[in-house]
Design a binder for this molecule. Structure first.
Ligand SMILES: Cc1ncc(C[n+]2csc(CCOP(=O)(O)OP(=O)(O)O)c2C)c(N)n1
Ligand SMILES: [Mg+2]
Length: 599
């Protein structure tokens, strides 16, 4: 393991250096302290300099994991996450993680050394065109077309990743690391974002001042923009209930009386019922992603007649998915401050009925809490049948136990799967930068590597990944990274012996014709132990909290723990109810698989 040495300042002024030195000094200039990847000859000349530059190289098990680690690191720290790999196959392994970072709005810099400039196109070794592959999943692509421009283009990639809050690619023909160049290391751009246009802020303030039932939808922009105190102040001024946008449960503190929980899949009915009655919605720092605003629990909650004010730093997101009345191209923090300033000494319609609304908020929250507590298991016929007589835990009860035992300042990443999705109802946070779900890219295998990256950025916070056993099969190799790089995390693996989320579709839409959904697993606790981590198997509810406690405690001693929780095969609501149809067959050969839609 490369331990960081004292961080030197980047060299200043125009001078002679090698392109490798220019590349590494640019990393130094941007404050990079950790780079995730797998060693490769393509960039070994630059890698060799990392220790003296004060950069730790974190050697991972698979480049996709390294890319997710860079993503997790960026999401906690608000700084660049950096990953690097060998040209060709190492780089194509970054595709999924880069797409995931794109939809998580993570400033990841993907460094992609390329085949040599003098052999490009000849079909030598490890050659593929690396720019087209990433063209739709990056915010910016820098191609070093001349070694003398190494620092300039590298620096621009770093600037753009933060400016546009998304991945930037830095593509470097491998022979361009060598030689001598004259150059200056550019200083990072310092960018201050503003509140938005005066007129749009005035219009928004006008709508909010007249609102009888304003509701705030708190989005990821609040987390990324460090805006929570300003969002709280504005909510309190308006006495407005606050729902969180899908998978941004950490956008508003769960203990606050105005917090109403997340919208979207397996979200909070309280939040949904309250936003349904809004006459004005302030969507603060959210692109209003289509998946996260779909009807849930049979509730079509998006308010049809409300005026919508949307605040987003990216102008392309305004009015894209939902019709809006006012769009503000602005930073969530600055816009919240500017709106509070405009509303501070005004007569607000929402003050007159504040007590009434306060009672309504409490009643909706209490009702949802009670419903959740009574929702001890899934109640559809298949779930009841499959869990009958099972010695294992009901997933919802197990998730409740995890919630109760969750350390106060925990960071939790969640994977894609049925139980991870259900966990959305039980994940509450008091501080931002705490929840790292696989966002709209929705790839299985996200949670373990992203929490490893998060732990590197915030080593003093407990780091916990929620992962289904199928997704675990894709990603558990990164336990090797935890062990060899001393990055202690906790993984809770939901062992239900199935790709449950997809099985649920076959239950609901395909007459329980199961194909490719059953798993044969080893003991994941045993596997963890053989990889050099701790591993425990829990099959009793009473042991869940203690297991999580112990595992988080072990992080303080540098130990990674896999907590394998044995759960029944019951399944919550399906993911893509919106996109599935009952099978309709035309050819005689396949007629037997026709399924009639229930009346
Ligand atoms: C990389 C990738 N492959 C396939 C899918 C499709 N998919 C979505 S959920 C899911 C099942 C997840 O199973 P598991 O991790 O065991 O969690 P469970 O649903 O059983 O709780 C699959 C295969 C995906 N989202 N991502
Ligand atoms: Mg599973």
């Amino acid at each position: 393991m490369n331990k960081p040495v004292d961080l030197p300042l980047p060299v200043s002024g125009r001078q002679r250096m090698t392109p490798s030195e220019a590349f590494v000094e640019t990393l130094v200039a941007h404050g990079v302290k950790n780079v995730f990847g797998i060693v490769g000859s393509a960039y070994m000349d630059a890698l060799d300099l990392f220790p003296l530059a004060g950069i730790r190289f974190i050697s991972v098990a698979h480049e996709q994991g390294g890319g997710h680690m860079a993503d997790g690191y960026a999401r906690v720290s608000g700084r660049h996450g950096v990953c690097i790999a060998q040209n060709g196959p190492g780089i194509t392994n970054f595709v999924t993680s880069t797409a995931a970072a794109f939809w998580a709005h993570s400033p990841v810099v993907v460094v992609t050394p390329e085949t040599g400039s003098m052999t490009l196109g000849l079909g030598g070794f490890q050659e593929t065109e690396q720019l087209p592959i990433f063209s739709k999943i990056t915010k910016y692509q820098a191609h070093v077309n001349n070694k003398a421009r190494m620092a300039e283009l590298a620096s621009r990639a770093f600037d753009r990743a933060l400016l546009e809050m998304g991945p930037a690619q830095l593509n470097i023909p491998r022979d361009f690391f060598y030689g001598d160049i004259d150059c200056e290391i550019p200083r990072p751009l310092a960018i201050e974002r503003g509140a938005g246009g005066e007129q749009s802020l005035d219009d928004a303030a006008e709508l909010l001042a007249g609102a009888q039932f304003p509701v705030i939808l708190a989005g990821g922009g609040i987390v990324m923009g460090d805006s929570q105190p300003d969002a709280i102040a504005l909510a309190e001024l308006l006495h407005a209930p606050v729902a969180c946008s899908y998978l941004h449960n950490d956008a508003f503190p769960a203990g606050h009386p105005l917090w109403c929980g997340p919208l979207g899949y397996q979200g909070s009915k309280a939040g949904m019922k309250l936003i349904k009655d809004a006459d004005v919605v302030l969507a603060l720092g959210t692109r209003l992603g289509p998946f996260g605003t779909l009807p849930q629990h049979g509730l079509d909650y998006w308010p049809k007649n409300a005026k919508i004010i949307q605040v987003d730093t990216d102008h392309r997101m305004l009015g894209l998915v939902k019709q809006i009345s006012v769009g503000i191209v602005g930073d969530a923090k600055e816009a919240a401050k500017a709106l509070s300033y405009r509303l501070a000494n005004r007569k607000l319609a929402s003050s007159a009925n504040a007590d009434e609304r306060k009672k309504r908020i409490k009643a909706e929250k209490d009702a949802w809490e009670k419903e959740l507590s009574d929702w001890s298991h899934e109640k559809d016929a298949w779930s009841l049948e499959i869990s009958k007589g099972s010695p294992y835990m009901h997933p919802r009860q197990m998730l409740r136990e995890l919630e109760k035992a969750m350390p106060k300042n925990a960071m939790v990443s969640t994977d894609i799967g049925n139980i991870c999705s259900v966990s959305n109802s039980y994940l509450r946070f008091e501080q931002p930068n705490s929840m790292f779900a696989a966002m709209s890219f929705g790839n299985c295998g996200y949670a373990l590597p992203s929490i490893i990256g998060a732990k590197v950025a915030a080593p003093d916070r407990p780091a916990i990944a929620y992962v289904g056993d199928g997704a675990w099969g894709m990603s558990f190799a990164e336990i090797l990274t935890c062990v060899r790089e001393d990055i202690p995390v906790t993984a809770v693996v939901f062992h239900n012996k199935q790709w449950g989320a997809e099985k649920k579709n076959q239950v609901d839409f395909y007459d329980t014709r199961f194909l490719g959904v059953n798993l044969k697993n080893p003991s994941w606790a045993e596997v963890a132990r053989s990889l050099g981590a701790e591993g425990v198997t829990v099959d009793k509810l009473g042991d869940v909290g203690e297991a999580l406690d112990k595992a988080c405690d072990a992080q303080k001693k540098g130990k990674t723990t896999v907590v394998e929780v044995m759960v029944t095969q019951e399944l919550g609501d399906p993911f893509r109810r919106d996109a599935l149809k009952y099978p309709h067959r035309v050819l005689d050969k396949y007629k037997s698989t026709d399924v009639k839609a229930p009346a």
